[in-house]
Write a protein that binds this ligand. Structure first.
Ligand code: FE2
Ligand code: FE2
Length: 165
């Protein structure tokens, strides 16, 4: 297809495939991050978000259905890079006092990526007149934002604990 004939709907579908792939990768990474976490709160946060992520994958499948398309992922090199960086931290800082700080940073990179993608997709869904899809994407966007805020709180608590010690 010539680029001229491509539409916003094509771009929307491409973005959906990208985040669908990303969520599936995140679903695989979160248990490893939970296992690595030193603090109980951080482990719990990763476990809770893994459960939420399952629901997010389902919401994406609903959006594909609304579009009349098969749910399908498309390799997303951006998320691969972010997850890879997280893996390196887990390996290089295993058993170190900085491990949780590194895990928190890696997890926030993931959330920020997702927030950017879901914000865009929600707006495009609105522009395309797909209100139901926009609502589903908005729900996930709010979950990602809440997760990001929780991670910020945990990071600050960690710093404060250290300062008090
Ligand atoms: Fe997600
Ligand atoms: Fe997330």
């Amino acid at each position: 297809m010539a680029a001229k004939e491509k539409t916003l709907e094509d771009l929307f579908l491409m973005g959906l495939k990208d985040i669908y792939y990303a969520e599936k990768q995140i679903l695989r990474a979160l248990p490893k991050m939970a296992k690595a976490a030193e603090s109980d709160e951080l482990r719990q946060a990763f476990e809770t978000h893994r459960e939420e992520t399952e629901g997010q994958v389902e919401r994406l499948e609903q959006v594909f259905e609304l579009l009349g398309k098969r749910a399908q992922g498309k390799t997303c090199e951006a998320i691969q890079g972010i997850i890879e960086e997280g893996k390196e931290i887990m390996e290089d800082f295993a058993d170190s006092e900085a491990l949780d700080a590194g895990l928190l940073a890696a997890a926030q990179s993931v959330e920020h990526y997702e927030i950017s993608r879901y914000g865009t997709l929600r707006t495009w869904a609105q522009e395309l007149g797909m209100q139901d899809a926009a609502k589903l994407l908005e729900e996930t966007l709010e979950e990602e934002k809440k997760t990001d805020q929780l991670l910020t709180q945990l990071a600050e608590a960690r710093v404060n604990r250290k300062a008090a010690a």
